[in-house]
Ligand binder design. Structure first.
Ligand code: GP9
Length: 410
């Protein structure tokens, strides 16, 4: 009981520390929300040219035109893609052991899909794999999605790797969304650019020369992402042609990183970055994070902070005009310095990577070490945050956290 009270006290304090930003609150009132979680999309491909060709021309174009184009540090753990989904929808951390999607699918949540449904939205999850993978068939309803369009609901006319090809996935999903009652929240999870990126059908479709990198994970990855990018581009084109683009907030992010450290020599050769230096590797562990709000040129995101996918639910809700205070992620407009927390207790404070385990702190851009002492207090708060996240999940405490009235959480 005392652990529960302690968690509640902390949870309440955290929630109370959020404020509603002026200017952007409700900037997209009444709009749909389309969130695209891209399999293995890592930041370094954005803007990259290979043999004179852009690897991601459509994502680059998207990045140039949207209201925010930045990056997030990968916060996932053993649940990989499912952890990213959990961060992006529930704003909770991955489980301390095992996988949240399998361990905690029986819990009650106050996640973004449920929250938006209570405010008149339809909430649909779409993914071209079997519903049982990562226990999504159970977890999506627990998060509040009313509909899960999985492999069995699509016409499986083209398969790449583990399921429906991204081309077919995007084409069929777009057709469904055009007929969807609005406003809706559509959460799309792509699949074809999955490790090890060498699916035969994919290489054929990609049409991207990887000369000099054949047989490497990095080479296959470039080709896989080029394919994803083309299909993403077609999807955005379709959204624009149907009017959905102007009627929706569109957010895109990579679920987790792609290149394992053992293949870092190939990546080093490609990018000309020395990955024997730890800080360079750390800085590369980012995924793209982009948000478009119709009519908004530039989102005033915090200059003090780096971000993680856990910052999405509150950020997106605020744009739609709702003060979502249920998860553990602050919004991206918050000026207070807040850490990006990794599952093992290390964290980013702005550009500084802090590892309490080794009592070290280093700026990941410059490689200069920072004074660990300055971040010790933040390290304690990080420890507490993870412990509270674990406690809430392990004892299914959301109903207890909301005692005293949901309204207090807005
Ligand atoms: C499976 C897909 C991939 O359906 O989302 O998951 P991952 O292996 O990247 O966690």
């Amino acid at each position: 009981e005392s652990e529960v009270n302690e968690a509640k006290e902390w949870y309440d304090a955290q929630r109370a520390s959020f404020s509603v930003p002026k200017g952007v609150f409700g900037a997209a009132i009444g709009k749909n929300l389309i969130v695209i979680q891209v399999e293995s999309l890592q930041q370094f491909v954005i803007g990259l040219k290979f043999l004179g060709r852009e690897v991601t021309p459509n994502l680059n174009e998207f990045a140039r035109s949207v209201s925010f184009a930045g990056s997030a540090y990968n916060q996932t753990s053993s649940g990989n893609s499912s952890d990213a989904e959990f961060l992006a929808n529930a704003a909770f951390y991955p489980a301390s052991a095992g996988v949240a999607y399998t361990r905690f699918a029986g819990n009650s949540y106050e996640a973004l899909p449920k929250f938006l449904r209570e405010r008149g939205y339809r909430a649909i999850a779409m993914h071209g794999d079997k519903a049982g993978f990562w226990n999504r068939g159970h977890m999506y309803p627990a998060l509040g999605f009313e509909r899960f369009v999985s492999k069995k609901d699509y016409s499986v006319d083209e398969v790449i790797g583990m399921g429906l090809s991204d081309k077919s996935f995007f084409t069929q999903s777009l057709a469904m969304l055009k007929n969807e009652k609005q406003p809706f929240y559509a959460f799309l999870v792509t699949l074809s650019s999955h490790y090890p990126f060498n699916w035969e059908a994919l290489a054929k479709r990609a049409d991207f020369s990887i000369d000099g990198y054949r047989g490497t994970v990095v080479g296959n990855y470039l080709s896989a992402i080029h394919y994803l990018d083309r299909e993403f581009g077609e999807f955005v084109k379709g959204l624009k042609a149907s009017g959905l683009y102007d009627g929706s907030v569109v957010a895109v992010y990579g679920d987790h990183t792609a290149i394992p450290r053992w293949d870092s020599p190939a990546l080093s050769r490609l990018l000309g970055v020395d990955f024997s230096k730890d800080h360079n590797w750390r800085y590369t562990q980012r995924v793209p994070l982009m948000i478009n709000v119709p009519g908004v040129k530039k989102l005033p995101v915090s200059a003090n902070n780096s971000f993680g996918v856990i910052n999405l639910p509150r950020t997106l809700a605020l744009l739609l005009g709702f003060d979502f205070r249920y998860g553990l992620g602050a919004d991206m407009f918050d000026g207070a310095q807040r850490p990006v927390i990794f599952r093992n207790g290390s964290f980013m404070a702005g550009d500084v990577f802090v590892a309490p385990q080794s009592k070290s702190a280093v700026n990941v851009r410059s490689g200069e070490s920072a004074d660990y002492g300055e971040y010790e207090g933040m390290g304690e708060a990080v420890k507490k945050t993870l412990a509270v996240s674990d406690r809430i999940l392990e004892y299914d405490l959301m109903p207890r956290m909301l005692e005293g009235g949901k309204e207090s959480a807005r």
